[in-house]
Design a protein around this ligand. Structure first.
Ligand SMILES: Nc1nc2c(ncn2[C@@H]2O[C@H](COP(=O)(O)OP(=O)(O)OP(=O)(O)O)[C@@H](O)[C@H]2O)c(=O)[nH]1
Ligand SMILES: [Zn+2]
Length: 360
């Protein structure tokens, strides 16, 4: 799980910072540059969205990768957390993308050898990778020294504190009665962050009381909506709703954390790697991510906006318990939440138990 250090510099205008971050995410996704301003300015592009014409204009660009991605490429790790590869003049955007995107690893096995910089890297380079993750892109950034153009400009703290700030700025924007199969007395409550980031929803069932029976469900387009057999999300979601209804009341938090926080496109990339034989954790790491990138500050804030302080948590994942406790919501009990496996998800569930410490 990533940790988010609080920046020391006090910010006067969190809303303005959040707006700048939202603009930065748009810019990166569209292949435009973002300036990170600390002592010296650094201009950042997302490796997977960089355009050929932009690359031509960059002076001494470097590709920043996470250690997880660097390890996969057999790059020596001279610098903490991230590495920087000088981008040579004869490299095009396709070459850069191929280094950042492991789904091409088996098609283009001749990558490298790569020699990372040994010199101390600016903190802004690490923030650049964090920013690409927040944008739902591969965790790989092309950076150049200096600030250019009129693009969004951010400080490092604005990037590292973003998830906590966004959670603090959450509010309830709509609520309505929506009877569900197996849980007719149900209300859907919609929460929005101040920056217009994807909405999160609470499914409030029956008459919930502290300590409230709670399921924190991470969005899964493939499992929840399409009935994918690769994971256990569909049965877990519908199972939580019926379990809570039978117990008389509780809450399902439907969290915008697709793919354990890496986004749907990156999850599909992870699935492609899984088809090549890597397990769910190895696939995330080959992409350059942590095994689990979720942060539960939003979930804790949703519970407190609904008036709950203590939960009985439906989960098999000890990280969720620790994260909620850390965010100020007391977990008084863990309620197991496992469902029968099928031939497609048995290995996935086994990996979660063996490697991610999931309880059975
Ligand atoms: N990156 C990645 N995400 C996946 C994969 N399979 C499922 N997911 C995502 O995992 C999340 C579901 O995890 P959860 O069921 O909430 O959590 P858990 O960690 O299994 O913990 P509990 O179910 O509470 O025990 C959803 O966001 C899915 O999209 C995968 O192979 N790779
Ligand atoms: Zn799923």
């Amino acid at each position: 799980m990533p940790t988010f250090s609080k920046s020391k510099a006090p910010r006067q205008t969190p809303q303005a910072a959040i707006d700048r971050l939202a603009a930065a995410i748009d810019a990166l996704r569209a292949g435009r540059g973002v300036t990170i301003a600390e002592r010296a300015e650094v201009t950042v592009y997302a490796a997977e969205a960089l355009r050929p014409n932009t690359l031509k204009k960059l002076e001494k660009p470097a590709l920043i990768l996470s250690h997880a991605r660097a390890r996969t490429l057999k790059i020596r790790l001279y610098t903490p957390e991230i590495i920087a590869l000088p981008i040579k003049k004869d490299m095009g955007v396709e070459d850069i993308r191929a280094i950042a995107d492991p789904t091409t690893d088996l098609d283009r096995p001749m990558k490298g050898p790569f020699q990372a910089l040994r010199t101390k890297l600016p903190k802004a380079y690490g923030a650049a990778v964090t920013l690409t993750k927040l944008a739902g892109l591969l965790p790989a950034a092309v950076v150049v020294k200096g600030g250019f153009g009129k693009g969004p400009k951010l400080s490092i703290g604005e990037i590292t504190d973003y998830e906590l700030e966004a959670a603090a700025g959450l509010s309830i924007v709509a609520r309505a009665r929506v009877p569900l199969e197996g849980a007719e007395k149900t209300e859907l409550v919609a929460f929005r962050a101040a920056d217009g980031a994807p909405e999160n929803y609470a499914i409030v069932i029956g008459d919930p009381r502290d300590p409230v029976l709670t399921r924190m469900h991470s969005e899964c387009f493939t499992g929840d909506l399409l009935g994918s057999l690769k994971c256990d999300c569909g049965p877990q979601l519908r199972g939580a709703i019926t379990t809570i209804a039978k117990a008389g009341g509780g809450v399902v938090l439907y969290l915008a954390q697709e793919g354990r926080g890496i986004g749907l496109i990156n999850k599909l990339r992870a699935y492609r790697l899984q088809d090549q034989g890597f397990d769910t954790i190895e696939a995330n790491e080959r992409l350059g991510f942590e095994a689990d990138e979720r942060v539960y500050a939003v979930a804790a804030r949703m519970l407190s906006l609904l008036g709950f302080k203590k939960v009985r948590l439906l989960t098999n994942n000890p990280d969720k318990i620790a994260a909620l406790d850390h965010a100020g919501i007391e977990v008084v009990e863990r309620v197991p939440h496992a469902f029968p496996s099928n031939s497609h998800n048995a290995a996935y569930l086994r990996t979660k138990a063996l490697k991610a410490g999931h309880l059975l």
